[in-house]
Design a protein. Structure first.
Length: 109
């Protein structure tokens, strides 16, 4: 069993070293290309802004990622795992009061 494991890692690591830059390059070209096509299709005719290149499109994609987040990341539900049941109930009550206009304290009175 040990030799099979050795052979797997012997081929997996070099493949990852070769395929990771290739996958990154494909992402840059496709992501930047999509942003470039959308920009060049909409903005020059509407607002007479200049056309952009693939690299500028990728730069816009990165800038939007930095400013607005995105590309997955989760919904924030993992925070409640570290709360006690009392803290969780207090948090839910505050959220109900803030967004629903009612909380358990106001409903009880």
């Amino acid at each position: 069993m040990g030799i099979k494991r050795f052979w797997k890692w012997r081929y997996i690591i070099p493949a990852a070293i070769v395929l990771a830059p290739v996958a990154l390059a494909i992402f840059v070209v496709v992501g930047g290309g999509v942003v470039m096509l959308l920009w060049n299709w909409l903005l020059p005719p509407l607002f007479e802004w200049p056309r952009i290149t693939v690299w500028q499109g990728f730069g816009l994609l990165v800038l939007c990622r930095i400013l607005f987040g995105g590309f997955g990341g989760g919904s924030g539900r993992h925070r409640s795992k570290h709360m006690t049941p009392e803290e969780r109930e207090q948090f839910r009550g505050r959220m109900r009061g803030r967004f629903c206009g009612t909380s358990r304290e106001t409903q009880a009175s």
